[in-house]
Design a protein around this ligand. Sequence first.
Ligand code: PBG
Length: 329
Amino acid sequence: MITGKFPNLRLRRSRKNDWSRRLIEENSLSASDFILPIFIIEGKNKKQEVNSMPGVYRYTLDKINFVVDRAIKNGIPMIALFPYTNKKKKNKFGTEALNEDNLVCKALQSIKRKYKNEIGIMCDVALDPYTSHGHDGLFTNNYVLNDETVNILVKQSLLQAQMGCDVLAPSDMMDGRIGKIRKYLDKNGYKMTQILSYAVKYASSFYGPFRDAVGSKGFLKGDKKNYQMDFRNSNEALREVALDIKEGADMVMVKPGLPYLDIISSVKENFKIPVMAYQVSGEYSLLTNGVNKNLIDQNVILESLIAFKRAGANAIVSYYADRLDKILK
Ligand code: PBG
């Protein structure tokens, strides 16, 4: 209960000095609260800046050790790999997803070989980097097929687990895929591979710059509203989470981040499960451009990250996770 009465109680008393403000702080951030996304590209000796995401780069595999080394040194628990896929490897069915020699598989093997269990590796499960229409699954008559897509996603999941992925993150929003993936992994000896379900993923324009980063910009036919959630809804988010927990999700993701703090908070409140927040590309680009143009102080970055913790997120996927020394200081 909140009690007390002015003038006996003056809340400003404890705000007067820095030491006192620190003493009563309710939330804080450390490196363990972050997942670092890394964009990877084919080739050698390349580090390319993503046009729409200043300060974020795509790396060839021979260049990522530097990024992974630093993440480990700074105490980041997990990285998330996202492949840039050349147009000639995309087709209607997204078959490159099941190629044992695809970029993600190569990256998984080389990072695991070098770093063992020093850092976790998470990979998206979805077909959108690999499809010529940019959708997360099989696309016919302006509709993404559910069960047929899930049949491919279970194979993509097993392949990534075999290559060394620690945490599979289905980001496709098909119904029933968590249960099917869990069962297939277990049957094939991958009982301990974790599943972080993008249980609550809204059809959002905040993903725009990401599609540039992975090379699917301009490919997308229509929109993703027949599988990703309507941003008007919140009860539906709880139904999504409830189903995914029953199907075997170890953790759930809410995405985008900052505009959906209410969802993070109610998922946490209702289910007591680890909840991850994704501060997506559009959020990153808006904040970064505002700061770079001196429209707004760079403290907005820390302020927005703390907001995730306050809402109840256990960790945050953030493109700032490679610059925490500057942001958290
Ligand atoms: C693909 C995927 C997307 C993001 C992560 N995985 C884009 C989409 O669904 O269109 C977005 C991440 C970001 O914007 O930072 N399934």
